[in-house]
Design a protein around this ligand. Structure first.
Ligand code: ADE
Length: 244
């Protein structure tokens, strides 16, 4: 999968994404990440890419032409027009399902705005998806683009060492992940739950599923509404609630 990030701050995104798991995956050729500097497509001698908004108002806007030229430089090399995500608090909220859907794309362009945003005309021309990473306002689209690249990349086959680990974790089945423990068996007086030391796989699976259900009830009850629980699991929640 190939990511193309259109940005005024290429170092920021590349420094952030070139480390750890995503950097390793890029090194292995499982994915590629290129940051295209919109300023390289400035069309005046001062290399400026922003201007005042018509009608007045606070701040500056990114102009249409440099953004369009940066997009063309990417799209011109591809066989078909790519999906272009504009990161904006006005977009649809990013979630795991969206990450899974976008992970199917071969090419993905992420457009990062800055200042007060981007001239609407170029957005109308090139953007296919408007995506927000949450209901708060950041200074630019770079951090949201990095969040998206991270969440999508780890779903690309081969990126995680353990292929099953992307499946059995938070948000699979709309349940949160169960608690996990490593050595030592006792840490500052706190013991690892007995069942995990038993070697009894069926019991361990049962315990983990129960922990997932109860943890979701406790921390993200909104997710449980989208979840198919067995009668036994519903009873487990009732018992837990009445014990509280
Ligand atoms: N740009 C500024 N704030 C943002 C947000 N919350 N999500 C995506 N892009 C943004």
């Amino acid at each position: 999968m190939n990511f193309h990030i259109l940005t005024l701050f290429p170092d920021m995104v590349m420094d952030g994404l070139n480390t750890s798991i995503i950097g390793r995956a890029a090194g292995k050729g499982l994915l590629s990440i290129e940051a295209v500097n919109i300023r390289d497509y400035a069309f005046n001698k001062h290399q400026s890419v922003d201007d005042y908004p018509y009608g007045g108002g606070a701040g500056m806007l990114m102009q249409a032409e440099p953004v369009y030229l940066a997009y063309e430089a990417v799209a011109g090399k591809l066989e078909k027009a790519p999906r272009v995500v504009y990161l904006s608090p006005q977009g649809q909220t990013f979630n795991q399902q969206m990450a899974e859907e976008l992970a199917q794309e071969e090419e993905l362009v992420l457009l990062c705005g800055h200042y007060e945003g981007i001239d609407e005309r170029v957005l109308e021309e090139i953007v296919t998806d408007y995506v927000s990473i949450g209901d708060y306002v950041l200074t630019g689209g770079e951090l949201p683009a990095m969040v998206m690249v991270d969440a999508i990349s780890r779903l690309v086959p081969g990126v995680l060492h353990n292929d099953v680990s992307a499946e059995f974790e938070s948000f699979q089945d709309n349940l949160l992940e169960y608690p996990q423990y490593s050595r030592p068996e006792e840490w500052r007086g706190k013991k690892v739950p007995e069942v995990l030391l038993s070697g009894h796989h069926a019991n361990i699976e049962k315990w983990r599923r129960e922990q997932s259900v109860l943890r979701t009830k406790e921390r993200r009850p909104d997710l449980l509404e989208k979840c198919e629980l067995t009668d036994a699991e519903k009873k487990l929640i009732e018992d837990y609630e009445s014990e509280k």
